[in-house]
Design a protein around this ligand. Structure first.
Ligand code: SF4
Ligand code: SF4
Length: 169
């Protein structure tokens, strides 16, 4: 295998003093500002159909997502309110990020072998691949909430419990 070194660009005095780079950066900002100003004005005047770029006021004004977008998970419930999950552990097994932790218990319903006692999903580790949804044999987990506002001030806050995933927490 041959190693091809990547050359670093020379940092001349123009770059080292930063002042010219700041001016250059401001030039780029102003170029975008006036280009967008022209595009919006032209669209308002009916000269163009395409308006300029728009700043999305996220998270107050979330963007429209595609119908197939994978967003925050939810666990579906049965008509009696219990989780549809049968604790088969397929989602935990297939998850590439190892972010699902399930403990199972016996179900009081004789027609159901097991149910989830705890179901913790660490959204701080999740890569939103959707494998868990694909693997679930009983359609108990979906990623169709259209909710991507999941940040937290600490890592524990990113771990969603069964109640929270069912919309009860
Ligand atoms: S979306 Fe992917 S990474 Fe996230 S919990 Fe499901 S399987 Fe794991
Ligand atoms: S694959 Fe479905 S039924 Fe199985 S543990 Fe995961 S959510 Fe529950």
């Amino acid at each position: 295998m041959t190693v091809r070194p990547v050359s670093r660009p020379e940092r001349g005095w123009q770059v080292q003093i930063y002042l010219l780079e700041v001016v250059y950066g401001l030039g780029v900002t102003f170029r975008h500002f006036f280009t967008n100003l022209w595009r919006h004005s032209a669209a308002l005047a009916g000269l163009k159909t395409e308006p300029g770029a728009v700043t999305i006021q996220y998270p107050e004004d979330p963007p429209a997502l595609g119908v197939r977008a994978r967003t925050r998970h939810r666990i579906l419930s049965r008509p009696d309110g219990t989780p549809r999950c049968t604790a088969c552990l397929l989602c935990e097994t297939i998850c590439p990020a190892r972010c699902i932790r399930i403990t199972a218990e016996e179900s009081p319903d004789p027609l159901i072998e097991k149910r989830a006692k705890t179901f913790d999903l660490d959204l701080g580790l999740c890569v939103f691949c959707g494998y868990c949804v694909e693997a679930c044999p009983v359609d108990a987990i979906r990623m169709d909430t259209n909710d991507l506002r999941i940040p937290s001030f600490d890592r524990r806050g990113m771990i969603w419990s069964l109640d929270k995933l069912m919309g009860k927490g």
